[in-house]
Design a protein around this ligand. Structure first.
Ligand code: HEM
Length: 477
């Protein structure tokens, strides 16, 4: 039944509601519908009321002014696999368990001083990436940029946490397996699930699309992997040489200390690692892939960024994290990439736990709330030539991705803002800057830069449909 102050939206069909309106690219379909129904729109996805936020001012209302009311997460059936929802910082409601996990992340993992301490480990991994591209260079083989960036992101993250590589070779089939695992988790978690649209016990029990069953398998694989790393560390500690592998007390060491004093449970550690590797790898590598695609198809931008790198760092050199603040144009490229290609186009869906008033509309209890960051990044009311890739727009602008400017929210905003942002904003520019500064690139198969396919593939993370493959040659010094 509709009441007068419900947000407007398309008329739902019996049973399916508006599911048929989502199509293959829900972020685009919902952006088009918002043109008709406005920035606060209501849909019915099966039995679930879904509110879609599509303007920067309404996003600010939801993410800042009424942050607390909109800070719960919808717990889909997929994330109930292996009880992940009970431990996951991504899906726990705001409360003491969630707060203590956020505190662990902000104090032990993402604090600037902690990231500074282990940046030498990440620097080595960027060297590995460049060495791998050099090898491809010699054999004339094209580099699959997304794949290479994924493996690098994985090892950058595992060195940040465990002070060691997760996968030790670019050619290794394990790397592909791990990527498939993360991608499958993202894919299954983002897939429309009948159990969520029609939340009745019998459907939940049947799990008709097998999503929860598949997620259970994926989570178990990850937990086994993390458990072996934990056991290895405990064994090292037992024989008294833990520090051989860790130049300083790393995140795992801190967590194991907390485990001993019962400040954290083992299941929380496993699920925290699932969250960090799930949320931090594909998002980072797809940003690198989109940024490289945009640079390679815009020759003027390529010339400009190379000139900046040459001037600030010196041709052919690898970028260090400490260099980033001096590379102003490169930072603008990263922001512009995230404006046009936010890896998490709807942020991570929020939920209201009770009925809420929003800009004069009533939002029913338990509604799912999607903030369409993709649509906001392309809003012609906010951006001049919104579809054109122009890093220069940020040159004299205060607008940043830090959650204070609601026209650019690739990391979300408010209390649920992405905690990994400080690390992502080191990893992405260092990878992109080093790839551009060390090599000249040509698209595989002689594809002309302006013909590069930029189609998107929708999942929980917005990927490039056709992987970017390019042949590197070493820059002439
Ligand atoms: C380019 C890279 C990344 C992007 C674009 C991104 C984006 C996001 C977004 C949009 C959210 C939801 C925010 C909201 O609801 O307001 C989020 C949450 C989260 N991200 Fe990231 N992220 C990235 C990298 C990372 C990294 C590197 C990590 C950790 C290693 C990470 C860990 C998390 C976690 C744990 C959450 C859940 C926070 C919560 O619910 O309290 N992310 N991220």
């Amino acid at each position: 039944k509709s009441s007068q102050n419900n947000p407007p939206g398309p008329c739902p069909l019996p049973i399916i509601g508006n599911i048929h309106k989502l199509g293959k690219h829900p972020h685009k379909s919902l952006a088009s519908l918002a043109q008709v129904y406005g920035p606060i729109m209501r849909l019915k996805l099966g039995r679930i009321t879904t509110i879609v936020i599509s303007s920067s001012s309404t996003a600010q209302q939801v993410l800042q002014k009424q942050d607390l009311e909109f800070s719960s997460r919808s717990q889909t059936d997929a994330v109930r696999a292996s009880c992940h929802n009970k431990y996951s910082v991504v899906f726990l409601p705001v409360g003491s368990r969630w707060r203590s996990l956020r505190k662990i992340m902000s104090s032990y993992i993402f604090a600037a001083n902690k990231l500074d301490k282990n940046q030498h480990l990440r620097s080595r991994k960027v060297h590995d990436l460049i060495r791998y591209c050099e090898k491809c260079c010699q054999s004339g083989e094209a580099v699959d940029i997304g794949r290479a960036a994924f493996l690098t992101s994985l090892n950058l993250l595992s060195n940040t946490i465990f002070s060691k590589d997760m996968i030790n070779s670019y050619e290794n089939s394990e790397a592909k397996e791990f990527r498939d695992l993360v991608w499958n988790i993202m894919f299954e978690a983002g897939k429309p699930n009948l159990v969520d649209y029609f939340p009745v016990p019998i459907l939940r029990w049947i799990d008709p699309q097998g999503i929860r069953r598949k997620m259970t398998g994926y989570f178990e694989k990850l937990i086994k992997l993390f458990d072996s790393l934990i056991k290895e560390r405990l064994e090292l500690a037992r024989v008294g040489n833990a520090s051989q592998n860790t130049s300083t007390i790393d995140v795992l060491e801190e967590l194991l200390k907390m485990l001993q004093t019962d400040e954290i449970e083992e299941a929380q550690i496993h699920n925290l690692f699932i969250d960090l590797f799930g949320a931090g790898t594909d998002t980072t590598s797809s940003t690198v892939e989109w940024a490289m695609s945009e640079i390679l198809r815009n020759s003027e931008i390529l010339v400009k960024v190379k000139a900046e790198l040459n001037q600030v760092i010196g041709k052919g050199k690898i970028i260090q994290e400490a260099d980033i603040s001096k590379l102003v144009y490169l930072q603008c490229i990263v922001k512009e990439t995230m404006r046009l290609h936010p890896p998490v186009p709807f942020l991570i869906p929020r939920q209201v736990e009770k009925e809420v008033q929003l800009c004069g509309y009533t939002i029913p209890k338990n509604s799912q709330v999607l903030v369409n960051a993709w649509a906001i990044g392309r809003d012609p009311k906010l951006w001049i030539n919104p579809l054109s890739f122009q890093p220069e727009r940020f040159m004299d602008s205060q607008v940043d991705i830090n959650g204070h400017y609601y026209e650019l929210i690739p990391f979300g905003a408010g209390r649920r803002i992405c905690p990994g942002m400080p690390l992502a904003m080191r990893m992405v520019p260092v990878m992109v800057g080093s790839l551009i500064n060390c090599f000249d690139w040509k698209l595989e198969g002689g594809i002309l830069p302006e013909k590069l396919d930029m189609e998107e593939k929708f999942g929980l993370a917005l990927a490039k449909h056709h992987p970017l493959r390019a042949v590197a040659t070493l820059v002439v010094l």
